[in-house]
Design a protein around this ligand. Structure first.
Ligand code: DGY
Length: 329
């Protein structure tokens, strides 16, 4: 980088990453709470070599063609908001932040499992609304997590980290994934099942697949109908993996007992959406990676990717490595 590159950063990310970027580039920043409108991104990238974006920004071929981008750096591990194929075709490497949010997201998943099983939000509401009168032998009865059966859909980094936590609760671990992992089966005593069998057997079904064409609405009406009426569905991956209308029907009709969602479709879910008002549904605002450590490291990794891409180096954490194989970079 002889002269300072122009880059556009679509939100205030943690200072650790911003400082690295400002040190080496002229960075323009969208400082508002809500994502920049598409027109703003199109205008801003027109004279930029680098774009640092978030999962709420739609980064398609139009954005890529609006400027002369050398790199796109996503502040997240999931890149379903970015047209990866279009980036690869244009020779633009896309960076992301794998690994550093695995444990934070697995912790949150476990928090959702526990909160749904033991009805924590309802219990808190009861105290807040001054309805706690006495110790109730039949009040707020929940489900056991200890030794229950956990069905993990998608045994990647986060799914495996959830399985590791489940061992501590002596849960029976079932999983489904396009690839079997003998290592995880051995280490964590996890059993591979077809998706159908997993849905039928699990007390808790937790989703950890990426959002791709094959997983959009993977949990649809038919899938929900297979689950136990006592089961809990947890989603800390991407909202569109679950068919929202089907989930609503499943909860209303008692096909499943509860749901706990860190991600929704649409996202954000409006406060007057029926799922938000349901006692047996917990919705939190996509906070899986929201620990200081994880978000700081994500910012540093996003900056490392951006800076590497600007000087034509291979991105340390690249979501479309084919871009290098294709020889377009
Ligand atoms: C991701 O990184 O993809 C999460 O959804 C947000 O941290």
């Amino acid at each position: 980088m002889n002269q300072r590159s122009q880059v556009y950063v679509t939100r205030l990310i943690p200072e650790a990453g911003l400082a690295m970027i400002r040190d080496r580039c002229d960075a323009r920043l969208w400082e508002h709470e809500l994502p920049p409108p598409k027109e703003v991104i199109l205008e801003q990238v027109s004279d930029c070599e680098g774009l640092l974006c978030l999962l709420s920004d739609d980064v398609d071929g139009e954005v890529m063609d609006a400027g002369d981008l050398r790199v796109i750096s996503q502040f997240a591990v999931g890149v379903d908001n970015i047209d990866l194929e279009a980036a690869t075709q244009r020779g633009i490497p896309v960076g992301h932040t794998p690994g550093v949010l695995t444990d934070a997201t697995a912790d949150l998943t476990f928090a959702l499992i526990m909160a749904a099983a033991r009805r924590i939000p309802e219990a808190v509401d009861k105290v807040r609304s001054d309805e706690w009168r006495t110790w109730e032998p039949r009040g707020l009865l929940g489900a056991d997590v200890w030794r229950a059966t956990l069905g993990i859909v998608g045994l990647g980094r986060i799914g495996t980290a959830v399985a590791r936590r489940a061992r501590g609760f002596q849960m029976e671990i079932l999983y489904n994934d396009p690839e079997r992992s003998m290592e995880v089966e051995e280490e964590l005593d996890a059993t591979y099942r077809s998706l159908e069998a997993l849905l039928e057997l699990a007390d808790f079904v937790t989703i950890h697949t990426p959002l791709v064409d094959e997983t959009r609405h993977l949990i649809d009406r038919a899938a929900l109908r297979r689950m136990k009426p006592t089961a809990v569905l947890v989603n800390a991956a991407r909202g569109e993996i679950v068919d929202t209308e089907a989930l609503l029907e499943a909860l209303e009709k008692g096909w499943i007992a509860r749901a706990a969602l860190d991600v929704t479709d649409p996202e954000p879910l409006p406060a007057d959406h029926p799922l938000v008002g349901m006692e047996h549904c917990i919705v939190v605002p996509h906070i899986g990676s929201a620990t200081t450590t994880a978000r700081t490291r994500m910012a540093e990794m996003a900056a490392e990717n951006l800076l590497a891409g600007l000087v034509g180096q291979t991105l340390p954490y690249c979501a479309n490595p084919q871009v290098y194989e294709a020889g377009t970079r």
